[in-house]
Design a protein around this ligand. Structure first.
Ligand code: UDX
Length: 437
């Protein structure tokens, strides 16, 4: 099939590349000419394992192309996927200006029947708004709108797309349903067919539920700390129950990234507009906000009366999660300036996110190796669960440190092992390992 993907952000680019790899002919459109030129030269704007190679392969095989001209992009396409950003406005509501602009441009260039599919996460009712804009601009209604929300995760985006667990088709006609089924045939996935509004809601509900799981286990972790229980075991014990499931019960410093914080806020706004005020989601957000700050308290406890002023602390991990350089809503963005305000000398290391981090944390001091960051530090703060950190040589790290203190926001190590090596080790939802006097 010939398809056009509008917007070459995470969702658009990964979808475009993966659909082309399944045999479809894909044209990716973006108004950012520099981005398009870079993509033509196989320079991709994000760090996503495997994406560059897959892009090159499909481009070389003639199934994937890039243009900044929307009219060229949609000409000949049976399906148009809208994958432009819906950032949060200051009040938390999703900003639909890019969606509206794209809808107008589609309307201006719509000459034959197409299915116009929204992949971006958009508030309930956006599909109908798009329909109105397109038919007003085009002067006809020879098209169908549809909603097909995207569930991929950063860092495993390609695998998530190739092995999608389901596809939701919010449609208004059998013709659109048939076309979307054909588009997804190579993925052999479960399909849920519904109306546009339900599909739009499903995406918010799924993200808010996952965020709820995280905040829930983090609250349990905080309770575990206060009562001598071990959250890792609690999560394991809960997770074997298939009604609960193991996934997303990893206690830590809370969620960040481009979706959960934005989508939970947007869902609250959807509720407000609909006259229903959600009760669970605000609690999820407030637990998440506080959770990252607990790490600073843990550091304070480790230094006791000495206080934090003048201490050199190595921060390991800047990205909001491993295998990405995405800094959006990353805990490090809040924590590093707070530490600096307390007079802490912070030195950071992240395997890939350092240069993006420098764009958002002006004062950032960094090293190019993990061992460079920990050298002569008086404590380590672990913020991201990169494999490289899990694999670090703890004996060597202990030798490099001035004081063997590790505050672990991601529970990377076994406290008993840390005790044996001789660390002061404080993690999330487990007892603190103290150095014996
Ligand atoms: C998420 C959804 O998973 C995806 O379906 C949606 O399309 C976009 O939003 P993403 O933001 O890429 O994907 O990351 P994800 O792997 O879900 O992690 C989000 C945050 O939750 C990270 O900060 C991660 O560290 C945190 N997390 C995740 C936990 O703290 N504990 C967990 O058990 C799982």
């Amino acid at each position: 099939m010939n398809i056009c993907v509008i917007g070459t952000g995470y969702v658009g680019l990964v979808s475009g590349v993966c659909f082309s790899d399944k045999g479809h002919y894909v044209t990716c459109v973006d108004i950012d000419k520099e981005k398009i030129n870079n993509l033509k030269n196989e320079i991709i704007p994000i760090y996503e394992p495997g994406l560059k190679e897959l892009l090159k392969k499909n481009k070389d095989e003639g199934r994937l192309q890039f243009t900044s001209n929307l009219s060229d992009g949609i000409a000949g396409a049976e399906v148009v996927l809208i994958a432009v950003g819906t950032p949060a406005r200051e009040d938390g509501e999703a900003d639909l200006q890019y969606i509206k602009a794209v809808a107008r441009s589609i309307g201006e260039n719509l000459t034959d029947y197409k299915v116009i599919v929204t992949k971006s996460t958009v508030p309930v009712g956006t599909g109908q708004m798009i329909k109105e804009i397109i038919s007003n601009t085009a002067g006809h209604s020879h098209f169908d709108i549809a909603s097909n929300p995207e569930f991929l995760r950063e860092g495993s985006a390609i695998k998530d797309t190739f092995q999608m667990e389901r596809a939701i088709f919010g449609v208004e006609s059998e013709r659109a349903e048939r076309i979307l089924k054909k588009l997804h045939e190579p993925f052999q996935t479960k399909i849920v067919v519904t109306n546009v509004e339900t599909a739009e809601m499903t995406k918010y509900a799924a993200n808010a539920f996952l965020a709820t799981k995280i905040s829930f286990i983090n609250e349990v972790a905080n309770l575990c700390e206060a009562s001598g229980a071990d959250v890792e075991k609690v999560a394991e014990g809960m997770g074997y129950d298939h009604r609960i499931g193991k996934a997303f019960l990893q206690a830590g410093i809370g969620y960040g990234g481009s979706c959960f914080p934005k989508d939970t806020q947007a869902l609250l706004k959807i509720g407000e507009k609909a006259g229903y005020s959600l009760k669970i989601v605000p609690a999820v957000e407030s637990v998440n906000k506080e959770q990252r700050l607990r790490l600073i308290n843990k550091l304070r406890c480790a230094f006791g009366k000495e206080g934090l002023k003048g201490k050199r602390v190595a921060v390991l991990g800047l990205a909001f999660k491993p295998n990405t350089d995405d800094m959006r809503a990353a805990p490090s963005v809040d924590l590093i300036p707070l530490l600096e305000r307390e007079g802490v000398e912070v030195i950071c290391y992240d395997p890939v996110a350092t240069s993006k981090a420098k764009e958002v944390i002006e004062s950032l001091q960094s090293t190019s190796t993990l061992y460079g960051a920990v050298k002569d530090a008086e404590a380590i703060l672990i913020l991201t669960d990169w494999q490289e950190f899990k694999d670090m040589n703890l004996e060597q790290v202990k030798l490099e440190l001035k004081r063997p203190i590790i505050i672990d926001g991601r529970n990377l190590f076994d406290p008993l092992k840390m005790r044996d090596i001789g660390f002061y080790y404080d993690s999330i939802g487990r007892s603190v390992v103290k150095i014996e006097e």
